[in-house]
Ligand binder design. Structure first.
Ligand code: ADP
Ligand code: MN
Length: 174
């Protein structure tokens, strides 16, 4: 079914700037942000907490049920570090934010991540796990890798999305 507005997935290793960038995209375009991590917590869409990994165990079925109607409407910017759990048809554009080791480390340290989580995430980013998973999960031509090291990067990324959205609207007669 054709949507009136496209859905965009903003994904990447924790700390790459998904939430900040998604907020800016939402502000500039009028699309609506869905912060999946917040949704999972507020609606209890998890099966408990793994203290050792400082993470919640997702209840994927519940999460997808919860999101289905919102996404069906279109016009959503979905912000989550995991990209392979969603149906491919949900998204028209998948942005994978990338950051260099130093800024990523600094951001996570500021957030008070423990050493283990910090190292896991740095490794995940260096190995480009999210980028490769996104390319395996979605049509490669809709997956865009974006550098997110500086505020300038973020502004140019948001600008690029705005242009992409305008082109989408023209193309779809909206
Ligand atoms: P994520 O949602 O991917 O975990 P956030 O958007 O919460 O990341 O960003 C983590 C921190 O890094 C925030 O303090 C944010 O202001 C900062 N940040 C994010 N992206 C950038 C960027 N491109 N340049 C500079 N600082 C950034
Ligand atoms: Mn976030």
């Amino acid at each position: 079914m054709e949507r009136n507005l496209p859905n965009i997935l903003v994904t990447g290793t924790p700390g790459t700037g998904k939430t900040t960038t998604s907020e800016m995209i939402a502000n500039v375009t009028g699309l609506e942000q869905i912060n999946v991590g917040d949704l999972v917590k507020s609606k209890q869409l998890h099966e408990g907490y793994l203290a050792e990994f400082d993470t919640h165990i997702l209840d994927e079925d519940k999460l997808l049920d919860e999101m289905e109607d919102m996404v069906k409407e279109g016009g959503k910017v979905v912000d989550f570090h995991t990209c392979e759990i969603f149906p491919e048809r949900w998204f028209d554009l998948v942005l994978v934010l990338r950051a260099d080791t130093q800024p990523l480390y600094d951001r996570m340290e500021k957030r008070g991540y423990n050493q283990r989580k910090l190292q896991e995430n740095i490794e995940c980013e260096i190995m480009q796990v999210v980028l490769e998973t996104a390319r395996e999960s979605y049509a490669p031509e809709i997956v865009i890798e974006l550098q997110s090291n500086t505020i300038d990067d973020m502004e140019s990324n948001v600008d690029r999305v705005k242009q992409w959205l305008d082109a989408w609207k023209t193309q779809h007669g909206k």
